[in-house]
Design a protein around this ligand. Structure first.
Ligand code: SAH
Length: 349
C-alpha cells in the first residue's frame, strides 16, 4: 500500500478534515488495498458511535411528476416514456400504516418536483401523519422549494429533509442540469433547511458524467464543511431515455471507498447504503454497510407504482429492497454481523 495515501487516511480518521488537494490525492490514489484500509477504520469509527445497529427508513415515492429536467434522471420532465403517477394523501397514509406494522419508525416521502403537492396539502398530510404516529420521524425529499415553504412544512411536523447537492462544483452542476437550475439555489435551499432546524441530508452521485477526482474532492470538502446529518451517495446509473443514457455507470468499488471516507470525515453521519449501490452489485447493500454505511431505505411505495419511479435503468424494488421483505433484509444484515433496529434512527450527537 502506498505510504502517503495510507497516512492521509489515517490522518483523516484522527482529524476529520483534510485539504481539498489531499482529498483529491485520496481519490486519485484509490486502490482495493487502500479502500480496505479506509473501510477498516470507517467500521471502527461507526462502531464507536452506533455499534452494529443499522437504521431503516421506509421510502415512499409519492410522485414521479417533475417540473425539472435533470439530464441524468429518468423522471425528468421531457421523458415522454415515463408513465406518470402520483399517490393521494390517503394512499401515502396507507403506506405509512403498513410501514409502521413492519417496524419502520421513519418515513421518507420522496418525489419529483410536482406542483400538486402544495404546502397546504403537505401540511395537512404531515399533521395527519404526526398525530397518527407521534413517535415516528418524517423525512421529506421533494426538491427545491421556497424558504417559506420549508418553514411551513417544518412547522407542520417534518423532521428531516434530503436534498442531494449532486455536485459541489458549480461548472459540473451546470453540465448535469438545465440552465434553469442554479447551483446557488441548491445551496440556498440546503442552508435554509439547516437554519430552519431540519436534520439535513445532502449527497452526490459517484461516476456521474464529466466527474473527475477534482469534483469528488470538492464533494468531500463540502460535506466536511457543511456537516450534514445525513449524506446519500450512490453510483450514477444511466437511464436509457435521458441525454446520459449511453454514459458509463459509476462503480460499487469507488462508491464504497467514498462511503468510508465520509464516515471518517464525520463519524456520526447517517450514511445510507443506497438502492443504486444495490442495483449495480448483487451484494451492494452489504458492501456499503461493510464500508461504513449505517442506514438502509427499503421501498414502501405501493407495488403498482414501484417500477414507474425509474430514476435509472433496472432500479431494484423487490427482494430485500422491498419493505414487505424486511425479513430477508434482516437476514442479509445478520449474515454480515449487523442488526436492523426498530428505531427513529436519529443522528447520535
Ligand atoms: N426531486 C427530489 C428527489 C430526486 S430523486 C430532489 O431533487 O431531491 C433522488 C436522487 O436520485 C437524486 O438526488 C439523484 O442524486 C439520484 N438519481 C437521479 N437519477 C439518477 C441516476 N441516473 N443514477 C443514479 N442516481 C440518480
Amino acid at each position: 500500500m502506498n505510504k502517503e495515501t495510507a497516512s492521509l487516511v489515517q490522518r483523516l480518521s484522527c482529524l476529520h478534515e483534510l485539504s481539498e488537494a489531499e482529498y483529491r490525492c485520496l481519490v486519485d490514489g484509490f486502490t482495493p488495498e487502500l479502500a480496505e484500509y479506509a473501510a477498516s477504520l470507517a467500521v471502527k469509527a461507526r462502531q464507536a458511535v452506533y455499534g452494529n445497529k443499522v437504521f431503516i427508513r421506509g421510502l415512499i415515492e409519492i410522485t414521479n411528476a417533475c417540473r425539472n429536467d435533470c439530464l441524468y434522471c429518468g423522471i425528468r420532465r421531457s421523458n415522454r416514456h415515463c408513465q406518470r403517477y402520483r399517490l393521494s394523501p390517503q394512499e401515502i397514509l396507507q403506506c405509512c400504516d403498513e410501514g409502521y406494522e413492519l417496524g419502520f419508525r421513519t418515513f421518507v416521502l420522496q418525489g419529483g418536483e410536482d406542483g400538486f403537492f402544495t404546502d397546504d396539502l403537505l401540511c395537512e398530510l404531515l399533521q395527519g401523519l404526526k398525530s397518527r404516529y407521534p413517535l415516528c420521524a418524517v423525512t421529506l425529499s421533494l426538491g427545491e422549494r421556497p424558504r417559506e415553504s420549508y418553514a411551513r412544512l417544518r412547522e407542520a411536523g417534518a423532521d428531516r429533509y434530503l436534498l442531494r447537492h449532486e455536485t459541489a462544483d458549480r461548472e459540473h452542476y451546470a453540465k448535469l442540469h438545465p440552465h434553469s437550475m442554479r447551483f446557488e439555489t441548491r445551496m440556498r435551499c440546503l442552508n435554509d433547511l439547516k437554519e430552519l432546524g431540519y436534520q439535513v441530508g445532502c449527497g452526490f452521485m459517484v461516476g456521474s458524467p464529466h466527474q473527475t477526482s477534482a469534483e469528488l474532492a470538492k464533494d468531500l470538502k463540502f460535506v466536511e464543511q457543511f456537516s450534514p446529518d445525513m449524506c446519500g451517495i450512490g453510483p450514477f446509473i444511466p437511464q436509457a431515455d435521458t441525454p446520459f443514457g449511453r454514459e458509463k455507470a459509476g462503480t460499487a468499488e469507488l462508491t464504497c471507498y467514498l462511503l468510508s471516507l465520509l464516515r471518517l470525515i464525520k463519524p456520526n453521519l447517517l450514511l445510507p447504503s443506497t438502492t443504486a449501490l444495490g442495483t449495480i452489485h448483487p451484494h451492494g447493500r452489504e458492501l456499503g454497510i461493510l464500508a461504513g454505511a449505517n442506514v438502509v431505505m427499503p421501498n414502501l411505495s405501493p407495488p403498482s407504482v414501484r417500477k414507474k419511479y425509474a430514476l435509472y435503468d433496472n432500479k431494484l424494488s423487490d427482494g430485500s429492497e422491498s419493505a414487505q421483505c424486511k425479513a430477508e433484509l434482516v437476514a442479509r444484515m445478520a449474515s454480515i454481523g449487523y442488526e436492523i433496529v426498530t428505531d427513529r434512527g436519529d443522528i447520535q450527537k
